[in-house]
Design a protein around this ligand. Structure first.
Ligand code: 0R9
Length: 640
């Protein structure tokens, strides 16, 4: 009897379900871009993490195989292999072939990890060329294979194993006809798996890249969980006190974990998670945390007479200056609200976080009066600085409004009034600025030359930042205002193009500008308005013909094409200033010929982005050196 004839109504429904996933992939995994491709791995890993959260799995291995297929192995109980009475097929087959099956079958527990997508293994199966699962359970090894979601043979025994050893191994190859790319990025998986390990105390996660002869392996294992996460995020910063404050508890079925520590910086780096997934827009859990710390610190400061009766209360912003915090909750039925469905709405989460943090933080402050005093004093300083900043901002507003009514003198503005058509080049140095002003297309291209390096906003308080002429010029030119005044609809240019020399100094200036944009106007990056110009590295001349090369590989390609002989004249550009206006136009500014790099930011990586900026731009040398050593391989064309 063929497989086809064995199919009953249930199986036909299954196939129709997975066919729907293949047709409307976006609905199930968000996108078929690189992001969706990586999401497949997270779906399978999340199932193994659930097994860890249930207390049965301590090690997860993720391997990128030479053909860009992925293997995930866990040492949990193994997916049940017995027949599921409702579906009439083994539970494991239900997991991989029935939409949204997840943990509703078998164990009876709920799916804890995942949450936002949490679409499950069947979607990964539907979107894979093939998927194979092997289970070690009761001393036997079971196996099943699927191709594009279809079961290839009934679950079979393929060997025996040590009865003490149990676990699940899943290997899948994403379908190249569905995904825009099927090449995995080690770094992307590394960031996510490290975060998962931080959020799941004691779980060890090994990531292995088997695509090169020399295997690249990283192991993430944090006994301290989110306490170590806070240490990691603060590694480029100077902590105000050595302890990481930690609160933990369960209330109304919400498991709450919070870790926090202040540093001597000025930013709030708080990140909230629900069921191990970051919630970039926060929600009730974050609101509960904020109200708890504001109330608790004000109470303490009043009790200890750090705040006198006549003094204003500290605001949340004052207390969160220089704060690094992780708020992580586990909840069985998370509800998400807002336009992007990324904001937690469960009201019981607010109460649970508020109660647990208030109680345990109050106790901590009583036990650690020196730490409490340091935090309160820093908050009082922040309160005063905020008042000074408000005055500075109002003074600047009166003199030269930050809302764009009076433009900076150095700006050569464009004549078109429609922001969609307009771009602004932020140019390093007056001389390159001069060439750019001559070269530009006046209707649509504005030029703002900046003198030297702009202020490092990572190390300055707001009042000083508003006082900086270069930063004020940018804010005024963009037209959006900043912070609570920020209004993206007032943006005057839909392309903000940072144009700096292709050398170390230029890279530093570009990083300073990106730091400013990231900290003060992150929405510009998030919505894709920020770009980096790419000036050429070489000019090649031969027999009165000219070529430009933007990388060493391109130089080699051109030289091979035109012949490597004595007639070639090769010029290595050291900076934008070496190009005349015409050269600058044709190589770097002409929309028809230039290369622009869009600066992208994915909120999923929010904590990592914060750590990168504070490591690169902060005071500590050693973490910066480590970061540069680890990431040097990703840098191209930096002339050191
Ligand atoms: C390598 C990736 N790992 C997994 O996908 C994975 C799923 C899974 C699992 C259970 C144990 N380990 C797992 N690894 C499990 C076992 C039992 C009960 N619940 C869960 C048990 O032994 O009783 N499952 C996830 C869903 C299911 N199993 C189920 F629906 F089949 F039960």
């Amino acid at each position: 009897m063929s497989q086809q004839q064995e199919y009953g109504a249930d199986q036909i429904q299954i196939l129709e379900g997975l066919e729907a996933v293949r047709k409307r992939q976006g609905m199930y995994i968000g996108s078929t871009s690189e992001r969706g491709l990586h999401h497949l791995v997270y779906e399978i890993v999340d199932n193994a993490v659930d097994e860890a959260l249930a207390g049965f799995c301590s090690h997860i291995i993720v391997e990128i195989n030479p053909d860009n297929s992925i293997t995930v192995i866990d040492d949990g109980r193994g997916i049940p292999t017995g027949i599921n009475s409702k579906a009439g097929i083994p539970a494991v087959e239900v997991v991989f072939t029935v939409l949204h099956a997840g943990g509703k079958f078998g164990g009876g527990g709920y799916k804890v990890s995942g949450g936002l997508h949490g679409v499950g293994a069947s979607v990964v199966n539907a979107l894979s060329d093939w998927l194979e699962v092997q289970i070690c359970r009761d001393g036997k090894i079971y196996q099943q294979r699927y191709e594009r979601g279809k079961t290839m043979y009934p679950l079979k025994e393929v060997g025996t194993c040590d009865p003490e050893k149990t676990g699940t191994k899943v290997t899948f190859k994403p379908d190249g006809t569905i995904f825009e790319t099927t090449i995995y990025d080690f770094n992307t998986l590394k960031i996510r798996l490290r975060e998962t390990a931080f959020l799941t105390k004691n779980l060890k996660i090994t990531l292995r890249d088997l695509r090169e002869e020399e295997v690249n392996e990283r192991v993430f294992h944090y006994e301290g969980g989110i306490k170590e996460f806070v240490n990691y995020l603060n590694k480029g910063k100077e902590p105000l006190y050595p302890e990481v404050i930690y609160c933990e508890g369960t209330k109304d079925n919400v498991y709450v974990e919070v870790a926090l520590q202040h540093n001597d910086g000025y930013n709030d780096a708080s990140f909230s998670f629900v069921n191990n997934i970051i919630t970039p827009e926060g929600g009730t859990h974050l609101a509960g945390f904020r109200s708890a710390i504001t109330r608790t610190f004000n109470q303490y400061a009043r009790d200890q007479k750090i705040l006198k009766e006549k003094d204003d209360a500290l605001t949340g912003d004052d207390i969160r200056e220089g704060l690094t915090a992780i708020i992580s909750i586990k909840i069985s039925e998370p509800q998400f609200e807002g336009q992007t469905k990324q904001k937690l709405g469960n009201s019981e989460a607010r109460g649970a976080v508020d109660a647990i943090v208030s109680e345990q933080l109050t106790y901590f402050l009583e036990q650690h009066p020196q730490v409490a005093k340091l935090i309160c004093e820093k908050s009082v300083l922040a309160q005063r600085a905020r008042e000074a900043a408000r005055k500075a901002r109002e003074a600047t507003r009166r003199k030269s409004p930050l809302d764009g009514n009076s433009l900076p003198g150095k700006l050569a503005d464009c004549s078109d009034n429609d922001p969609k058509n307009c771009e602004i080049f932020i140019v390093e140095g007056d001389s390159a600025g001069g060439s750019a002003k001559t070269a530009r297309s006046r209707a649509t291209q504005a030029i703002l030359p900046l003198r030297g390096k702009i202020l490092n906003v990572e190390k300055a308080r707001e009042d000083k930042i508003y006082g900086n002429a270069e930063i004020r010029a940018m804010i005024t030119a963009f037209g959006t205002g900043i912070h609570e005044d920020f209004d993206i609809s007032k943006l005057r240019y839909h392309k903000i193009i940072i144009m700096t020399d292709a050398d170390v100094d230029g890279a530093h200036i570009a990083t300073l500008m990106l730091t400013f944009l990231y900290r003060f106007m992150p929405e510009l990056i998030r919505q894709g308005y920020v770009y980096l110009a790419t000036p050429p590295l070489y000019k090649i001349e031969k027999n009165k013909k000219v070529w430009y090369a933007y990388s060493d590989e391109e130089l080699n390609r051109i030289l091979t094409e035109i012949g490597r002989d004595g007639n070639n004249k090769i010029q290595r550009y050291k900076g934008l200033g070496e190009m005349d206006a015409e050269q600058l136009w044709e190589t770097t500014m002409d929309p028809e010929r230039r290369i622009l790099k869009k600066v992208l930011m994915d909120d999923i990586n929010a904590s990592e982005i914060d750590a990168v900026f504070s490591t690169l731009m902060g005071d500590k040398v050693e973490p910066r050196r480590e970061f540069i050593e680890e990431n040097a391989k990703y840098v191209q064309n930096l002339d050191i």
